[in-house]
Design a binder for this molecule. Structure first.
Ligand code: COA
Length: 144
């Protein structure tokens, strides 16, 4: 298993994991357009030459990072890969002087909510109709 920063050649596999794991319609260009702004905020796990999970975050202020996407390939969940990705992400945030990591999770996505609870995130509030299909978002934060 190798953990490393995203590279342009990963876009097809990352896009595939995003489409099969997350209920949003993404344009694959988002990865290539946003990743150069903070290379260290886009981390992938590669196993036997295949991407099996990724976390994609951006800096939204000098002290705040936002997780845009996190997903582990279906069939490989529950083995610690998600925690490992977030630990790497937190490490990159610490190096950069980030004080708070924020993210949103679908109200119905109880497994992801529990996952973030376990990692020490706290609920910051509800965002009505945050998602494109009208579902509410739960805002979560981790203070470093
Ligand atoms: C959320 C996700 C990234 C978690 O990754 P993962 O590799 O399955 O999680 P891990 O195995 O690292 O679990 C870490 C901790 O969270 C807990 N956890 C993970 N999934 C859980 C679930 N469904 N219910 C309760 N707890 C859960 C684990 O018990 C573990 O705790 P422990 O280390 O104390 O045992 C993964 O389930 C996923 O890709 N889901 C689909 C995409 C998604 O919803 N992304 C988040 C959108 S905001």
């Amino acid at each position: 298993m190798q953990v490393r920063y995203f590279q342009g050649k990963d876009v097809t596999e990352v896009y595939d994991i995003a489409c099969t794991s997350l209920r949003e319609n993404y344009n694959p260009t988002i990865f290539l357009e946003l990743s150069p702004f903070w290379r260290e905020g886009f981390i992938v796990i590669e196993e036997m030459g295949q991407i099996v999970g990724f976390v994609f975050g951006i800096m939204v202020s000098r002290v705040e990072a936002r997780v845009l996407m996190l997903a582990v390939r279906n069939g490989l969940r529950g083995k610690g890969l998600g925690r490992f990705l977030m630990t790497q992400f937190v490490h990159e945030c610490t190096k950069k002087g980030v004080k708070v990591i924020s993210l949103e999770v679908r109200e119905s996505n109880l497994s992801a909510k529990r996952f973030y609870d376990k990692l020490g995130f706290s609920t910051a509030g509800k965002i009505e109709k945050y998602y494109s299909d009208g579902e509410n978002g739960i805002a979560m934060q981790l203070f470093l």
